[in-house]
Design a protein around this ligand. Structure first.
Ligand SMILES: NC(=O)c1ccc[n+]([C@@H]2O[C@H](COP(=O)([O-])OP(=O)(O)OC[C@H]3O[C@@H](n4cnc5c(N)ncnc54)[C@H](OP(=O)(O)O)[C@@H]3O)[C@@H](O)[C@H]2O)c1
Length: 213
C-alpha cells in the first residue's frame, strides 16, 4: 500500500515492529524524504501514545490500519482454540485497530479518511461455509466496532472504510491464495482514494463493491 501511495505522489508515514530492516526501509530509499518510518506494535497502547506524540501537529489525509494476524491453526474452532491464541487474534485484529483509530484520529484532517483492513471473512451474512472461526470472529468484531465508531461520529464529514481486499498471497494468505499483492494493492488504493470526501462507513471490496455485513 505504501508503494502504491508513493508511486502516486503521496507522502507516507508507515510503521514497523522492532528494529530489523524491512521492505518498507528499502522503499524509503527509493523515495527519499517521502516515506517516514515509525515503530509501532499496535497491541501496545503506550506505543500508540508515543506515535501520537511524535506526529503531533501533523495532518493526514488518510489513516489506515493494516496490521492483522490469523491464529496458527485456522482449523481450530472457537470452542477448541487456546485462550492465549484467541486473545492474541482478537486483540490484534479487533481491539488494536480501534485503539489506533481513537488514539490517532485527531491527526486526520476533518474531512479525511480512516480505513481498516477487514476481510470478506468478517461478513456474518456471507458466512455459509464456516471455518477460520477465530479469524472470522475477529474481523466481524472489528466491523461491529467500526459501526459503533461510525454511529458516534454520524454527523462527521470523514469517510470510514472497512476493506475486504480478497484472498492474497501473503504470509497470512498462504501460497494457495489466487491473487498477488501487486495485482490487488493498486485496486485497494484506488478504492480508498475514490472514497475520500464521502462521509460515513462502508464495507467495500477491492473493486469498490459493497460487502454484505
Ligand atoms: N492475505 C489475505 O488473503 C488477506 C485477506 C483479507 C484481509 N487480510 C488482512 O490484511 C492485513 C494484512 O495481512 P497480510 O495478508 O499482509 O498478512 P501478513 O503478510 O502476515 O502481514 C501482517 C502484517 O501485520 C503486522 N502485524 C501483526 N501484528 C502486529 C502488531 N501487533 N503490531 C504491528 N504490526 C503487526 C505484521 O508485522 P510483522 O512483519 O512485524 O510481523 C505484518 O506486517 C491483515 O489485517 C489481514 O487480516 C489479508
Amino acid at each position: 500500500m505504501a508503494a502504491q501511495f508513493l508511486a502516486r505522489g503521496w507522502s507516507v508515514v508507515g510503521t514497523v515492529r522492532g528494529d530489523a530492516r524491512t521492505g518498507l526501509h528499502d522503499l524509503a530509499d527509493d523515495y527519499p524524504g517521502r516515506l517516514e518510518i515509525a515503530c509501532l506494535d499496535v497491541s501496545q497502547p503506550d506505543q500508540i501514545t508515543a506515535l501520537h506524540q511524535r506526529l503531533a501537529g501533523r495532518r493526514f489525509d488518510i489513516l489506515f490500519h493494516n496490521a492483522g494476524v490469523a491464529n496458527a491453526d485456522p482449523r481450530q474452532s472457537a470452542g477448541t482454540v487456546s485462550t492465549d491464541e484467541f486473545v492474541r487474534v482478537l486483540v490484534t485484529n479487533a481491539l488494536s485497530p480501534m485503539r489506533v483509530i481513537e488514539g490517532l484520529q485527531d491527526l486526520v484532517a476533518a474531512d479525511g479518511l480512516i480505513g481498516v483492513m477487514s476481510s470478506g471473512q468478517g461478513s456474518v451474512s456471507n458466512n455459509e461455509k464456516g471455518g477460520a472461526d477465530v479469524y472470522r470472529g475477529s474481523k466481524a468484531a472489528l466491523n461491529q466496532f467500526m459501526r459503533c465508531y461510525a454511529a458516534r461520529h454520524a454527523a462527521g464529514p470523514r469517510a470510514l472504510v472497512l476493506m475486504a481486499p480478497g484472498w492474497i498471497r501473503t504470509e497470512l494468505g498462504g501460497p494457495g491464495a489466487p491473487f498477488t499483492l501487486e495485482e490487488t494493492m493498486p485496486k485497494v488504493v484506488d478504492v480508498l482514494i475514490s472514497q475520500q470526501g464521502r462521509p460515513g462507513l462502508r464495507f467495500l471490496d477491492r473493486e469498490g463493491a459493497t460487502v454484505a455485513w
